[in-house]
Design a protein around this ligand. Structure first.
Ligand code: NAP
Length: 311
């Protein structure tokens, strides 16, 4: 089978397409013929060798994908893989292979795993979002952001989302009753808070804390919480803003979820998938051989939904 391999950590060109033997599942494992693999920012940090835990070399990247189970012929999406999803076949643990309804394409299925589970965990497990609350999805045009907008709308929250391009903003607006702001406008949060009658947001899901955490704290409603999902460096905040709101900043890393929390989040995502709540937007599909380009694109702006690789 064809698979992308990394033999040394480095720039995107270390992603090379190779011929490998097809993996053989043992008990408790499933082999999935991959039709689309999701590309997540974390895979670029790992490939560059700049992540806390690194895989042994050589390895095939990718945790998300969608395709067909070889044993049953069922359409599935995968959220975690033992052998890596940037390949024609991926070996997965049985519990990481979930049903994919006919209503979603394989490319959409490849956008479910990390983005939707992260959005679900941020909203409902870390921030304990409840219906009627005002949420700001700060970075709503990408994989995690669009999932967060869809899940929050379905749960009855009043949603504001930000994007950095007109096309991204249109994508966010198309998700339903969402107020859309441009996160490159330095005044965007002041304007948003004014529109809430000065009260602010009960909840902020922050995709780029490096840029925004200081301003988020000024935009919090009483007892508001910020969940930091993405950050790419240090940031200065005025802690008095947090005091003024009796607010809280909560970190989250999907890999920190306990097994019971992870299974609960996945069950929540499965239900959202079954009920048509989550409908991933796929912005770009590239062939597996273009994995280096995919890794460059996923770190470039603007985000327009999800980027997937197609074997
Ligand atoms: P993505 O699809 O590339 O989306 C990136 C998002 O960040 C886009 O909406 C982008 O908007 C937005 N953004 C860019 N500049 C921004 C700014 N100044 N203010 C606010 N948002 C801004 O990536 P993703 O998969 O959604 O992941 C987003 C981030 O979350 C990444 O840093 C990723 O590493 C992290 N993440 C963390 C976890 C975790 O467990 N904590 C899990 C998954 C992802 P425009 O392009 O429209 O400007």
């Amino acid at each position: 089978m064809q698979a992308v391999r990394v033999h040394e950590f480095g720039d995107p060109d270390v992603l090379v397409l190779e011929e490998l033997p097809r993996p053989e599942p043992v008990e408790g494992e499933v082999l999935v013929r991959i039709q689309a693999a999701g590309v997540n920012p974390v895979e670029t940090y790992v490939r560059a060798g700049l992540y806390g835990t690194l895989p042994a070399l050589p390895y095939t990247p990718g945790a998300d994908g969608a395709g067909v189970r070889l044993d049953t012929g069922e359409r599935v999406y995968v959220t975690g893989s033992l052998s890596g999803t940037y390949a024609e076949y991926a070996l997965c643990r049985e519990e990481d292979v979930r049903p994919l309804p006919e209503t979603l394409s394989y490319a959409q299925g490849a956008a479910l795993g990390i983005p939707c589970t992260t959005a679900y965990r941020a909203l409902f497990q870390r921030a304990r979002a409840t219906a009627g609350e005002r949420v700001l999805i700060h970075g709503a045009s990408g994989g995690v952001g669009i999932a967060a907008v869809q899940l929050a709308l379905a749960a009855g929250l009043a949603v504001t989302g930000t994007a950095g391009s007109q096309a991204g903003g249109e994508l966010v607006a198309a998700q339903g009753d969402v107020r859309v702001l441009d996160h490159h406008d330095p005044q965007h949060l002041e304007a948003a808070v004014e529109l809430t009658g000065g009260r602010g947001f009960d909840l902020v899901v922050e995709l780029l804390a490096t840029e925004n955490l200081g301003a988020d704290l000024k935009a919090l409603a009483p007892r508001g919480r910020v969940v930091v999902v993405g950050s790419r460096g240090p940031v200065e905040v005025d802690a008095r803003d947090l005091m003024n709101a009796d607010g809280a900043v909560l970190g989250m890393l999907l890999s920190n979820a306990r097994p019971d929390e992870l299974e609960a989040a996945r069950a929540g995502v499965d239900a959202a998938v079954r009920n048509g709540v989550v409908r991933p937007v796929v912005g770009r599909e590239l062939p597996l051989a273009e994995a280096p380009r995919a890794h460059r694109l996923v770190m470039e702006r603007p985000a327009l939904g999800k980027l997937v690789l197609v074997p």
